[in-house]
Ligand binder design. Structure first.
Ligand code: ADP
Ligand code: MG
Length: 269
């Protein structure tokens, strides 16, 4: 949502909308290294947020925590305003048992830098596996839904190919279809084009841009500033585990408030 389209707020009051996905005071350390330092981050339904920042600043860690792939040390994650991953009780917040985590994870689609397709399965079965094995959808229906999703990413003519027979861009489009077929309410992308040869970047960005145009809620960690500028409603800069600046793209790229943002932009441009 850009600012002019945002739902008006009562002056001085809190936001009217609840973010679709939100972190509150999220903290994570590995050993003595603080990787996320009380991160408050959120995304509204239908919005696209681009997350920029130097390597090692905590971007992937935030996505992994939001996708419930790892527990946070402190803070909470809210989906549709409800706590996920943990349950707060008198003794503090406790990690949910794996079965409940699995159910909550289904709402959050994730696409990684390295596509992580199953090498021993063809394209069709890479996409149907989550439906048949996790959702217990029948084979025929799963194949139908997978085919529709593969059409959406322009890969329906490669259903019988194995990952090793595809380019990186094609593999990444299959990975996107695999996440989408489970009908998540939000998609998290962790540098989806960073492992691709330059000439293959665009075919993946086009698919993502199309997804955004259709109203998918998306958080995209990326170094593609052109994409961020064109597609994102807001851009956030991470540095050393904190969000330094967050603004609509016009302002972020042309009138950044923080010295760190200026330095980062000078470096990438
Ligand atoms: N599983 C892990 N064990 C130990 N350190 C980790 C682990 N994952 C990430 N880190 C460290 O946390 C910091 C942030 O990593 P990451 O979230 O991957 O950053 P980014 O995605 O911004 O490059 C880095 O210093 C990284 O080395
Ligand atoms: Mg990363």
């Amino acid at each position: 949502m850009n600012e002019s389209a945002a739902i008006p707020r009562p002056t001085g009051g809190p936001a009217v909308t609840t973010p679709l996905l939100q972190t509150v005071g999220l903290r994570k350390s590995y050993g003595t290294q603080v990787v996320l330092d009380r991160v408050d981050f959120g995304i509204d339904a239908g919005a696209v947020k681009a997350v920029l920042g130097p390597s090692g600043s905590g971007k992937s860690t935030m996505l992994r925590l939001m996708a419930l792939l790892e527990p946070a040390d402190d803070g909470s994650i809210l989906l549709h305003g409800r706590e996920i991953g943990t349950e707060s009780g008198r003794a503090g917040a406790a990690r949910l048992p794996e079965r409940r985590l699995a159910r909550q994870r289904a709402e959050i689609g994730m696409v990684f830098q390295r596509f992580n397709l199953f090498a021993h399965l063809d394209v069709l079965h890479n996409v149907t596996l989550g439906l048949t094995a996790v959702r217990h959808v029948g084979k025929a229906e799963a194949a139908q839904r997978a085919q529709a999703m593969l059409e959406r990413v322009g890969m329906a003519d490669r259903m019988r190919h194995y990952p090793s027979e595809l380019s990186g861009g094609q593999q990444q489009r299959v990975a996107i279809a695999r996440a989408l077929v489970l009908e998540p309410s939000v998609m998290l992308f962790d540098e989806p084009t960073s492992a691709l040869d330059p000439e293959l970047v665009n075919e993946v960005l086009v698919v993502m841009e199309d997804l955004a145009a259709q109203g998918m809620t998306m958080i995209v960690v990326t170094h593609e500033t052109g994409f961020a500028r064109r597609v994102a409603h807001e851009v956030a800069l991470f540095h050393s585990g904190v969000i330094v600046e967050q603004a609509p793209p016009e302002r972020f790229f042309t009138q950044p408030e923080h010295e760190r943002t200026r330095a980062f932009l000078a470096h990438v441009h």
